[in-house]
Design a binder for this molecule. Structure first.
Ligand code: CMC
Length: 389
């Protein structure tokens, strides 16, 4: 087996080849299937980007229409799956509810889980794209004690999700087009990011030939952590704390730099980007605009901008090449849209879903795929004799 290389956190180990997402972390470049993220953000919809990631090319208008229609036809959850939401405590965080329900999907579709049957993989793809936003909206509705609405298939995926989150049974839902557009943009920016922690988890679980639902459920759990997708919720908590305690952003920065009690500037730093995260650049540019329209909390945005300004001019951050990442400004926008903090990482999961699906499909088709099985350097006792008693 040869010498084992010690590489905690896989800083330098490529575990796969991939043709989906290209990142140049030094230059701050992100491309999906070769298309620069800023061009996709400007011209595409989340549905179109999902198609691009999963199938490899931008869809023709007819292909996009067919994809959209298929997804609309699969939005309903099995009535028994709806009962599942009653089993959680009322204040359950929606992320574990989401991962549990996605895992449970494999109990409802037991006859179509074969990872090597193309038709079944396609069906799971559509089912996940259609049902994950519905599950996410139900997890939210449950936590606030409101009725679960049926999806309205005259609406597209993003519109339907918003209605399921904010609509009420007795009133017609009026969609705010600015909000729908902003959410669509944020989902595009989260749609894939090559071999991050959750995507690597999806691939690792899938490498044992586990089905797509099981693999993506594991990815959702990986995303939950505050160093990964949970950072968007952590950023808002941090800004709130700074605001309510009246701490000056300068003083907070000193705490971060002195590494006091593990305080980090949440929403800053990235394993791959050693330059401004191109997604953060797009979000920052639109944050003002969107918050203006939606009536967001300007004071928190001001604190965020002050922190950023200070950090970008500070030697601690310059030396370590720490820049704002995708999560730094998103929470403020989600909050302005009316989502509670607990839903922020769920929104990330909805955005990342097409990336997870694309990566899982690439993994399963790749002849080089082997079951993931890292090595270790053993540091325990070499051999001990069981004591005579
Ligand atoms: N605030 C203060 N110091 C930091 C930060 C930060 N946000 N991030 C890294 N550092 C310091 C760290 O203390 C270390 O300093 P030193 O060399 O003196 O020990 C140095 O920078 C390198 O950090 P690292 O932890 O070795 O870097 P990493 O590549 O292992 O971690 C990271 C990357 C994203 C986990 C980390 O930057 C971090 O914890 N950031 C805050 C959480 C966050 O915003 N996460 C979202 C990431 S982007 C979206 C996503 O993946 O979900």
């Amino acid at each position: 087996t040869g010498a084992v290389t010690f590489d905690p956190g896989f800083m330098n180990t490529a575990a796969t080849t991939s043709a989906i997402t290209y990142i140049d972390g030094d230059a701050g470049i992100l491309r999906y299937r070769g298309y620069p993220i800023d061009q996709l953000a400007e011209h595409s919809s989340f549905l179109e980007v999902s198609y691009l990631l999963i199938y490899g090319n931008l869809p023709s208008p007819a292909e996009l229409e067919a994809f959209d229609q298929k997804i609309r036809r699969h939005t309903l959850l099995h009535e028994e799956l709806k009962g599942f939401f009653n089993g959680f405590p009322r204040d359950a965080h929606p992320m574990p509810v989401l991962s549990s329900a996605v895992s449970a999907l494999s109990t409802f579709y037991q006859d179509s889980l074969d990872p090597f049957d193309d038709e079944q993989v396609e069906l799971s793809t559509i089912r996940l794209m259609a049902k994950l936003p519905v599950i996410a909206a139900y997890a939210h509705k449950k936590s606030i004690g409101q009725a679960l609405l049926y999806p309205d298939n005259s609406m597209n995926l993003v519109e339907n999700f918003m209605r399921l989150c904010f609509g009420l049974p007795a009133e017609p839902y009026e969609l705010d087009p600015d909000m729908a557009k902003a959410l669509d943009l944020l989902l595009i920016l989260h749609a894939d990011h090559e071999q991050n922690c959750s995507t690597s988890t999806v691939r690792l679980v899938g490498s044992s030939n586990a089905n797509m639902f099981a693999s993506i459920s594991a990815g959702i759990n990986a995303l939950f952590g505050p160093l990964h997708g949970g950072a968007n919720e952590a950023v808002l908590n941090m800004l709130r704390q700074i605001q309510s305690s009246g701490t000056k952003p300068e003083d907070f920065m000193e705490k971060v730099k002195n590494k006091e009690a593990g305080v980090r500037l949440m929403g800053f730093g990235h394993r791959v980007y050693k330059n401004y995260d191109p997604r953060a650049r797009i979000i920052k540019a639109t944050a003002h605009d969107i918050l203006g329209k939606l009536g967001g909390n300007d004071e928190l945005l001001d604190i965020a901008m002050r922190l950023e300004e200070k950090a970008l001019a500070d030697d601690y951050f310059i030396e370590r090449k720490l820049y704002p990442n995708v999560d730094f400004y998103t929470g403020l926008i989600y909050k302005a849209m009316g989502f509670p903090e607990k839903m922020f990482t769920v929104l990330f999961a909805i955005g990342r879903l097409p990336g997870w699906i694309a990566q899982w499909r690439e993994m399963i088709k790749d002849p080089d795929t082997k079951i993931g099985r890292p090595r270790q350097l053993y540091t325990g006792e070499l051999e001990r004799q069981y004591p005579a008693r």
